[in-house]
Write a protein that binds this ligand. Structure first.
Ligand code: MN3
Length: 201
């Protein structure tokens, strides 16, 4: 059974960039719903397999992908943010910083590209920075919902949730303002760790 991961900081730790109420609802309600949905879908698929009854296999397969995507991306999302004042934000250092310069020209160009991709997600989705281990390139893409529009063979190392539930209480319809504020709490040490881990697999 999949479980809701505990947050490594309190719900108000990302204030004022992300408000405590949004964090509490987002983690304890929305993410929990994806965990429950994934468990339910996997149980139903196991049962279908055991009974040889695949009448609903398309339905449950879709549910497994949607909720599995949600569980995975939210687990990543909580970790790539750091409490306000604890060293998040700014720019990455080390190997990841060098790679961002190599692949995007500068950190500023990268930040603009990523922000634009996140702001332009149609409806609910994510802005994502992936590393593609086959040629070690960093690629910025989107995901619609939790699981569409990113290809196979890439590993997400940084992501921003741009579903309205991630920002609407504080930012209402101003998604670009939320994205701009979010850069202040990006945990670059964790993103670099994700980068190095993805390449070492
Ligand atoms: Mn969300």
């Amino acid at each position: 059974m999949h479980k809701l991961p505990e947050l490594e900081y309190s719900y108000d730790a990302l204030e004022p960039y992300i408000d405590a109420q949004t964090m509490e609802l987002h983690h304890s309600k929305h993410h929990q719903t994806y965990v429950n949905g994934l468990n339910k879908a996997e149980e139903a698929l196991e049962k279908a397999c055991a009974e040889g009854d695949f009448a609903l296999v398309e339905y449950w397969s879709k549910k497994a992908a949607f909720n599995g995507g949600g569980h995975f991306l939210h687990s990543l999302f909580w970790k790539i943010m750091a409490p306000n004042g604890s060293g998040g934000g700014g720019e990455p250092t080390g190997e990841l910083a060098d790679k961002i310069k190599e692949d995007f020209g500068s950190f500023e160009a990268f930040r603009k590209h990523f922000s634009a991709a996140a702001a332009a997600v149609e409806g609910s989705g994510w802005g994502l920075l992936h590393v593609r281990p086959s040629d070690k390139k960093l690629v910025i893409l989107q995901a619609e919902n939790q699981h569409k529009l990113s290809p196979w063979g890439v590993a997400p190392i940084l992501g921003i949730d741009v579903w309205e539930h991630a920002y609407y209480l504080k930012y209402q319809n101003k998604r670009p303002d939320y994205i701009k504020a979010w850069w202040n709490i990006v945990n670059w040490k964790q993103v670099e760790k994700n980068y190095l881990e993805a390449l070492s697999k």
